[in-house]
Design a protein around this ligand. Structure first.
Ligand code: TYM
Length: 336
């Protein structure tokens, strides 16, 4: 398919209040693409219902996630910002791709294994086929690049396999996407248990720093972060907690490990944790202020959603029509 621009696509689930993991691993990098890229950023509400959601909270978080996209610097005039359920082609293509995705492949997904262990009373088919919907999100727009944190790498590899399999059967239909994983911040760990990924659904509030936490909460959470019995600021065996704080500090300040080690030589963990808290709070303060302003203007957010959905739909419809033709569906005559 002829494209005059590289296409970027990514999504965030409105399944909790977003963390600095979501920010450093994904959203912050959404703003990194130059203007010769066409960027689609989606609030993936259809993915969120693979886990039971309270309807009013899902609705509120959908607005909030969109507001956060904008507050983090995504200009709705330059990016296509939209809500997944507003573009019905996502669910439609997901069904088709389900028929080109193997049971064995889905069974190997670590996110499925983790989530089914965590929600043992609700291991639904949607949780299992989640990666086919994610592949549909990406492939609908002929995406070249997908900025994500490293936990999504396995899903992305499966999206590539599905695209190549489909192209192999029906000739070139989908662009095969590449992951775009940042060097600093690709995997931010829990502050309470640095062997575990920081997750927006963690029930322990001290384990996660949320993008919208106020300054005092951010500084307090970093002060309480689990480290080790030593005092040296450097990476090493048994120093997962310090290593995680170094990654966060590096992602917010741009400093390298060597620079950080030098800066905190002989100063101990207390001072280091305070500095990480300050750097994080300073970076997030303008985001929070802009978020609060945007949440006061729902009408504006709804205008952005509507404009984004219309733009997305136009391009999604083009891919869908090609897919239907290739697999042998009769194109419906419109109007019916
Ligand atoms: P989600 O909503 O869990 O997370 C959104 C983004 O944040 C990244 N992320 C992290 N990065 C670094 N450290 C962490 N602790 C951390 N936690 C989360 C995730 O890697 C992700 O980039 N399946 C996706 C949503 C999705 C999607 C897509 C992404 C649906 N369709 C198509 C890209 C393209 C998810 O659950 O993300």
């Amino acid at each position: 398919m002829f494209k005059d621009k590289k296409i970027v696509f990514s999504g965030v689930q409105p399944s909790g209040t977003l963390t600095i993991g979501n920010y450093l691993g994904a959203i912050r990098n959404f703003t990194a693409f130059p203007e010769d890229h066409h960027c689609y950023y989606c609030v993936v509400d259809e993915h969120a219902i693979t886990v039971r959601q309270v309807p009013a909270e899902l609705r509120r978080r959908t607005y909030e996630t969109l507001a956060l996209y904008i507050a983090c610097g995504l200009d709705p005039e330059k990016n296509t910002l939209f809500v997944q359920s507003h573009v019905s082609e996502h669910a439609e293509l997901a069904w088709i791709l389900n028929c080109y995705t193997m049971f064995g492949e889905l069974s190997r997904m670590t996110q499925f294994k983790d989530k089914s262990a965590k929600h043992a009373d609700n291991i639904n088919a949607g949780l299992f086929t989640y990666p086919s919907l994610m592949a549909a999100d990406i492939l609908l727009y002929q995406t070249d690049l997908v900025p994500v944190g490293s936990d999504q790498k396995q899903h992305l590899e499966l999206s590539r396999d599905i695209a190549m399999r489909f192209n192999g059967v029906y000739s070139d239909t989908f662009t095969v996407p590449e992951p775009y994983i940042p060097e600093a911040g690709a995997r931010i760990m829990s502050l309470a248990d640095p062997t575990k990924k920081m997750s927006k659904s963690d029930e322990n509030e001290n384990a996660v720093v949320r993008i919208l936490d106020d300054r005092d909460a951010i500084i307090r959470k970093f002060k309480r972060a689990v480290t080790d019995s030593g005092s040296e600021v450097r990476r090493g065996e048994g120093k997962d907690g310090v290593g995680n704080l170094m990654s966060i500090y590096s992602a917010f300040t741009g400093k390298t490990d060597v620079e950080i080690e030098r800066e905190f030589e002989g100063r101990g963990y207390g001072e280091f944790k305070a500095a990480v808290g300050e750097a994080c709070a300073d970076a997030l303060a303008p985001v929070k202020a802009e978020f609060d302003r945007l949440m006061g203007d729902k009408k504006y957010l709804e205008d952005v959603m509507a404009k984004g959905a219309a733009e997305a739909k136009q391009n999604a419809a083009r891919t869908m029509s090609k897919v239907r033709r290739k697999i042998g569906f009769i194109e419906a005559r419109r109007p019916f």
